[in-house]
Write a protein of this length. Structure first.
Lengths: 394, 394
DNA sequence: AAAACTTAGTTTATTCACTAGACAAACAAT
DNA sequence: ATTGTTTGTCTAGTGAATAAACTAAGTTTT
């Protein structure tokens, strides 16, 4: 019936309570008085919210703090172990599972390699990873509050995986399957979206508002965090910048068009270039990101030139991103980010070429959570959903 | 002091009042009872809001409506002539000024051509246009409620024009200048952002949430309306998709890089192609969008092929846009949109090539307001700002 | 035509969250 | 010990929404 959301005191309370909790999370330890002055809320209002949050085990009082000339304040802390979250990075040839507390700290890690498994076999492995993480969680008021899964493919707004080409998955209702099995909230997200969120909450993007996270692995996926929130597009397909045409007359791509960015600036492209160059020291089978990295590390000129060429191509795409989004920060993540040393110079060179607009305050960084950003990000999604729903109920 | 916005009853009231007004605007004529059932607000609440809105002259009661078996409802209407807004499209070789009512209906239009004028001369013309529009406004409770200006360049969040290459403007504090002269709220926006908003409010994008508006004229500008709101980027530079590289080895662009989209898919590109093809029937001086359009209209094969080639190049960029934003709708506007007849087929062909993701519900449309979208859009920006501030005060 | 039913809009009492300001508790400085 | 400061609680008051009663004005049924 009610099409638009109406506003009433309940909403006010929920929002203010959420505000109080956020301040405690970000500025802990903190006193009631300081919360009041930071938020602008009345002292009494803060007190009552704090009482409720304590009752809900989401925060707790620690000992008295230092006095600044009067009564000593009671310091409040976020109860990060009121529950635990699980974040899974479901890769093409690995599954990375994390158990985190509500603050995102990793409590337990579970990494397994997989190869050429069927859907059922992958699911079995996935259950094993999740089950072992659940088993390792300490007891807590809320237990496991949710599971976040990052997948290398497109996910619609209902948590259905529409297409994950590299997994060869299509139309998988993963959210339903897992909710039926575990009976806790499940969040399914694109891996790049997860990575973007992870870096924003815990990594190099902590204080930035407009972030474009570029995950470079076998292909290229992009997570968009615009205006401080995830942009998913109409069906959740946004960020397929790997298939942005950068060379009209270029190579054919399996997507049907020509000259897609990821044909020139990905792990796949790296291997192709390496094969073309016939690096004497490596046979075709030995070519991999790891072997090329160690080659470059040893100072092999051809190997270094290889990464520099990739960096050049990455830079062209990033230049497009700058013109399209005018982001505050670009974060390069994914497996190829390990080659930062050789990528960064050509990337910067490409970006400096644009003279049209002075992008003085553009930051270009590499992932600071490396392989963990996606898993940490989706775990955080689950935490946020939990906190929002829990505040709502109360 | 207060960093975050707190929530209190005043905010609740303002939001609900705004909600009531929006419902009246979009579903008028409407009764109090229907507003209550649509919004979910209590009948009494709606009544008191309505009373205030009537006192503020923003709505009024018309005669009784049809009964559906009980007391006849009093119908409420938005008072679209409570004030008037001015929207200006400041083009490179024209100034288009509109006087609109609060609903966006055009009351008066003022179009002048300009050519090679200095900054001061342009400003003088601009004042003339504005003054004549102000003079033509009927008397109303609020008078002229604001002026919106759309400019072909980048505008920062303070209304400063940072760079408008085609006007040869740089760092113009247009908002300040006009506010000092007219003492009413001024909104400065990029022309493509204005067009996007115009089409969304009054044109072909009325019921869409994720719109990418592509304005193709001398260059290409893009207005992004994501999640129902304008995305401007960190400094207001977003949407410079004209300088998206689509051909790494392509032509040099004045922006410093190579193969920018607008070198292949703009009015400029059209003229260049036409000159290359040496269309026998037109001398070099005669080449213009208008002359080429009439040539194609006459059935000239070369002329038609020209537009089809441009359409092809436009399509490549649009395909990128789809992969980047996954929009619900793409709207093609700007002067080149007049060639819709010949552009649409090659564009659709390009978009259908992407087999990776099924974009079943992507709409590709041409501007329905044609040359008026930007001016109508910025006029609407001014109206919205007025309504928001006015509701806030009361 | 009278009675019964329906729908529209107003009025009144109540609830709920926030605010202001008083107050007590706990501490520092003199 | 006295004075002043800061913290946190308590109480009264405000403002907005809600529920429900009520008035108004129509239609439908008998």
């Amino acid at each position: 019936m009610a099409l638009n959301k109406t506003w009433n005191q309940h909403v006010v309370k929920k929002e203010n309570k959420s505000l109080v909790l956020n301040v405690i999370q970000s500025s802990s330890p903190i006193s009631r008085a300081d919360i009041a002055s930071i938020t602008g809320l009345n002292k009494g209002t803060v007190s009552s919210q704090v009482t409720e949050l304590i009752d809900e085990h989401l925060i707790y009082e620690s000992g008295p703090g230092k006095s600044s000339g009067g009564r000593r304040p009671v310091m409040l802390l976020f109860n990060k172990i009121a529950g635990y979250s699980i974040g899974i990075d479901l890769g093409v040839n690995y599954i990375l599972g994390l158990l985190t507390d509500l603050e995102g700290n990793i409590c337990k890690e579970n990494y397994i390699k997989i190869k050429d498994l069927s859907f059922d076999e992958i699911m079995e492995k996935l259950y094993e990873v999740i089950d072992s993480l659940i088993a390792s969680a300490p007891s807590s008021p809320y237990g496991i509050i949710g599971i976040g899964i990052g997948v290398p493919g497109t996910v619609d707004n209902n948590g259905n995986i529409l297409l994950a080409p590299n997994l060869k998955w299509k139309n998988i209702h993963l959210k339903e399957i897992l909710e039926e099995k575990y009976h806790i909230p499940i969040v399914i997200e694109n891996e790049a979206n997860g990575g973007a969120h992870g870096e924003r909450k815990f990594g190099i993007g902590m204080d930035t508002k407009h972030i474009v996270y570029v995950s470079i692995g076998i292909g290229i996926g992009v997570g968009l965090n615009l205006n401080g929130e995830l942009y998913k597009g109409n069906n959740g397909f946004s960020g397929e910048l790997g298939h942005m045409t950068i060379d009209i007359n270029g190579k054919d791509c399996r997507c049907g068009s020509k000259g897609c960015w990821e044909l020139y600036a990905s792990e796949q492209a790296l291997d192709d270039y390496a094969a073309q160059l016939k690096l004497t020291s490596l046979s075709e089978e030995e070519i991999s990101l790891e072997s090329l990295l160690s080659l470059a590390e040893k100072g092999d000129e051809k190997g270094i030139a290889l990464f520099e060429e990739i960096g050049n191509q990455v830079g062209i795409g990033l230049k497009n991103i700058v013109n399209i989004f005018n982001p505050e920060q670009i974060i390069v993540g994914g497996r190829l980010a390990a080659a930062k040393k050789w990528l960064i110079a050509p990337i910067k060179k490409q970006l400096d070429q644009t003279q049209l607009f002075q992008q003085q305050d553009l930051q270009v960084d590499f992932s600071s959570l490396s392989t963990h950003s996606a898993a940490m990000g989706v775990a955080a999604f689950a935490v946020e959903e939990f906190l929002q729903n829990n505040l709502h109920k109360a």
